[in-house]
Design a protein around this ligand. Structure first.
Ligand SMILES: Nc1ncnc2c1ncn2[C@@H]1O[C@H](COP(=O)(O)OP(=O)(O)OP(=O)(O)O)[C@@H](O)[C@H]1O
Ligand SMILES: [Mg+2]
Length: 265
């Protein structure tokens, strides 16, 4: 099987349930691609540099980071630097042959720079210019395939390359969805710090595409974008998307056995 795994930035500094051991076991039998997030880490480094992060809400209710040039530089430092290399080092410590890269490298994730974004504040719309977030156009799977076909494990930071060859900020789950398609993944597992999609205090175990579209309105925060990315993965042809906790024992294997998490088909 080809498996795309997203590791949430929400899991940093938390005790994962043997995530690395699980990867070590799975890579013996399957081809894996890891994509990571890092929202909290960007915020932390940004604040240390004296810059308060700006999170905006779009008219359709999605929260995202306003990424001006300085924030883009900080994003590169945090994502392509600290987060990515620490994951590679951790995997390497466990004899897993990881290669860290961003979507800039090898022009792997091509995304259109948005430049202008619309933010809603107190019911009023405001246009913000100078943004460096990207809308993914295409993932060039060739480099990723070359890496996985030769027994290595790519660890991808969600930074894309614009049509003008600038770095652009991407959502990790959406990048993972497009990467899953580009490597023909059978399944996309998104590991986060909650057991899955929670509605009315209960974990949703199985949800159809149609039902997920219907509940989207009710879901808040990072989970909203995660469900949106899951739907995007399905529409790109990925058969199964699983959102589950990375804090449980053998998180990926349990997800593949459909024992945990929210399964979206
Ligand atoms: N209905 C919901 N069900 C589950 N989680 C929800 C819900 N509504 C909001 N959330 C929040 O969504 C969060 C998960 O998304 P978040 O984007 O924060 O994490 P991540 O994707 O793992 O990290 P990163 O975006 O940094 O990679 C949970 O920690 C939870 O607080
Ligand atoms: Mg997220």
């Amino acid at each position: 099987m080809i498996i795309t795994i997203k590791i949430g930035g929400s899991l940093a500094d938390k005790e994962t349930g043997g995530l690395v051991e699980d990867v070590k076991k799975l890579i013996k039998e399957h081809k894996l691609v890891i994509v990571h997030g890092g929202g909290p880490q960007i915020n932390k480094i940004s604040r240390k540099l004296g810059k308060e992060p700006t999170i905006v809400k779009s008219p359709s209710g999605f929260k995202s980071r306003f990424t001006d040039k300085e924030t883009m530089d900080i994003t590169i430092m945090a994502m392509a630097g600290k987060v990515n290399k620490n994951i590679v080092a951790l995997l390497r410590k466990n004899q897993i042959p990881a290669i860290g890269l961003t979507g800039l490298d090898g022009r792997t994730i091509i995304a259109e720079r948005k430049d202008k974004i619309v933010a809603v504040e107190n019911g009023k719309k405001r246009i913000l210019r100078g943004d460096y977030s990207g809308k993914i156009k295409e993932v060039n799977g060739a480099l990723l395939k070359l890496i996985i076909d030769n027994g290595y494990l790519p660890v991808v930071a969600p930074i894309g390359i614009s049509l003008e060859n600038e770095p652009v900020n991407l959502d990790g789950d959406r990048a993972a969805a497009h990467i899953a398609k580009a490597v023909n993944a059978d399944v996309f597992v998104s590991l986060t710090d909650v057991p899955g999609l929670i509605i009315d205090g209960k974990l949703v175990r199985n949800i159809s595409r149609h039902e997920a579209e219907e509940v989207l309105e009710k879901v808040e925060g990072g989970m909203r974008k995660k469900i949106f990315a899951a739907l995007e993965a399905l529409s790109l042809g990925i058969k199964t998307v699983i959102i589950c906790s990375g804090l449980e024992k053998n998180p990926i294997s349990s997800a593949l056995e459909l024992k945990v998490g929210t399964i979206i088909k």
